[in-house]
Ligand binder design. Structure first.
Ligand code: UDP
Length: 150
């Protein structure tokens, strides 16, 4: 089953949006398979955002992500990578559609509340970067037949 990595960033944690994010993903029908709060080290932040190393916002992004606790999670479901990106909304909250998490709760690109993996391969490497195998639970919710047709 497809998995994705979702992180509530320090601004989302400070603003008390952890429950809101979890609720939106649960209500959609996705399954939570891993969850933890942590304060991110510089090393982990730089690895996670390595693709943006040469970008002008890299330094402030790393400062921001390491500035307070984040809530990291792994979610499972059919098409979860692309669907979670839709639930999250566009990178800039000011232009993100209302009804998306960023569109409903943010106004600034440097405070866009949440991260979600952008592709299946990225999701696999981000899950491995943030979680040990033993921190993830493989389980099938008993309501599965009410979420998926056979
Ligand atoms: N970011 C920023 N300024 C920018 C572009 C991006 O601070 O001009 C930050 C923002 O937190 C964003 C992250 O860098 O979420 C990663 O950027 P990406 O383009 O991968 O956006 P995402 O996949 O998070 O929507």
């Amino acid at each position: 089953m497809e998995r994705t990595f979702i992180m509530v960033k320090p601004d989302g944690v400070q603003r008390g949006l952890v429950g809101e994010v979890i609720q939106r993903l649960e209500c959609k029908g996705f399954t939570l398979v891993g969850l933890k709060q942590l304060t991110v080290s510089r090393e982990l932040a730089e690895s996670h955002y390595a693709v943006h190393k040469e970008r002008p916002f890299f330094k402030s992004l790393v400062e921001f992500i390491t500035s307070g606790p984040v809530v990291a999670s792994v979610w499972e479901g059919d098409g979860v990578v692309a669907s979670a990106r839709k639930l999250i909304g566009a990178t800039n909250p000011l232009t993100a559609e209302p009804g998306t998490i960023r569109g409903d709760f943010g106004v600034s690109i440097g405070r866009n509340l949440i991260h979600g993996s952008d592709a299946i391969e990225t999701a696999q490497s981000e899950v491995a970067l943030w979680f040990e195998d033993g921190e993830l639970s493989s389980w099938k919710p008993s309501i599965t037949p009410w979420i998926y047709e056979d």
